[in-house]
Design a binder for this molecule. Structure first.
Ligand SMILES: Nc1ncnc2c1ncn2[C@@H]1O[C@H](COP(=O)(O)OP(=O)(O)O)[C@@H](O)[C@H]1O
Ligand SMILES: [Mg+2]
Length: 277
């Protein structure tokens, strides 16, 4: 099962005197929802994801998962990074089993438990292979299996596919949300790729820069599998592009989303008449 996440008035400064990197981020993510967080490089996406993962404590405010404040990392909310970070001297199955082993499961049992997951991510034939012999996409699939092995309620992805070739990326953009939907996992994906956001998320949050704030939202009401060439896919993509181009206006205008919009993202799915020309 997934988990409900609340971001309660999060402000973060690196160094006490500096200007905030994140300012007053307040939102609610429903259990099982798939959210993409998009914004320019350096706007604070990774910082916010680290806060969600409990890897960083915000200067003000807090994150709650099912009402409980996040104060440290946990296998219940797993983070997956752009680099797979596998141990090259271990096999696929040993790498995939690591989270379980760290959580106290005996190695033999942990390795047995990950076989089904490895099959799900298309690596059943590679379970004994050393990860060094795998392609980048396959290594990222091992990292995905490792993240899923501990049955997380939340999966946090930080630009996980940006180093992969287009075919592998497209395959994972389909597979990961499907797996999360199947298991009811709440997904938060950070990306600077608008197509990736439309392909994977059912809700997109747009972040401004200096300070990082959530300035707009769009709900993605597309069914699966999603086809990039579909007219509705393209119209949602253009809408996001438009908002992105107007991000400075959104950040300084009256369009900062309110609490009521956050509870019902479809409310903010309409193009803003106030700020767009
Ligand atoms: N550990 C840190 N110490 C000081 N500044 C940091 C640290 N991590 C990130 N920053 C700064 O915070 C801002 C946001 O960074 P980041 O969250 O990595 O952005 P994004 O992921 O959107 O590219 C950047 O200006 C970056 O230099
Ligand atoms: Mg980043």
């Amino acid at each position: 099962m997934g988990a409900r996440i609340s971001l309660d008035y999060i402000t973060h400064r690196f160094g006490s005197a500096s200007a905030p990197t994140l300012s007053n981020i307040n939102s609610e993510i429903k259990s099982g929802q798939q959210v993409a967080l998009i914004g320019r490089s350096g706007c604070g996406k990774s910082t916010l994801l680290h806060i969600l993962a409990g890897l960083l404590q915000p200067s003000e405010g807090c994150v709650r998962v099912n009402g409980h404040q996040v104060t440290k990392p946990s296998a219940r909310w797993n983070m997956m990074f752009q680099k797979a970070s596998l141990y090259p001297w271990m096999s696929t199955e040993e790498n995939a089993a690591l989270g379980l082993i760290f959580a106290g499961t005996k190695k033999r049992e942990a390795v047995a438990q990950v076989q089904e997951l490895l099959a799900m991510v298309g690596l059943q034939e590679k379970n004994k292979a050393k990860v060094q012999s795998l392609s980048g996409g396959q290594q990222q699939r091992v990292a995905l299996a490792r993240s899923l092995a501990t049955n997380p309620e939340v999966l946090l992805l930080d630009e996980p596919f940006s180093a992969l070739d287009a075919f592998t990326r497209t395959a994972l953009q389909e597979d990961v949300p499907a797996i999360c939907r199947d298991r009811g996992i709440t997904l938060v994906l950070v990306t600077h790729d608008i197509d990736e956001a439309v392909a994977m998320a059912d809700r997109v949050m747009i972040m401004s820069q200096n300070p990082g704030r959530i300035v707009s939202e769009l709900s993605i009401d597309l069914s699966y599998p999603r086809r990039h060439m579909d007219a509705h896919f393209q119209s949602l993509r253009s809408e996001l592009m438009d908002r992105f181009e107007n991000i400075d206006k959104l950040a300084h205008g009256e369009d900062l989303i309110s609490d009521s919009d956050t509870e019902n993202p479809s409310l903010s799915a309409q193009p803003s008449k106030r700020s767009l020309p």
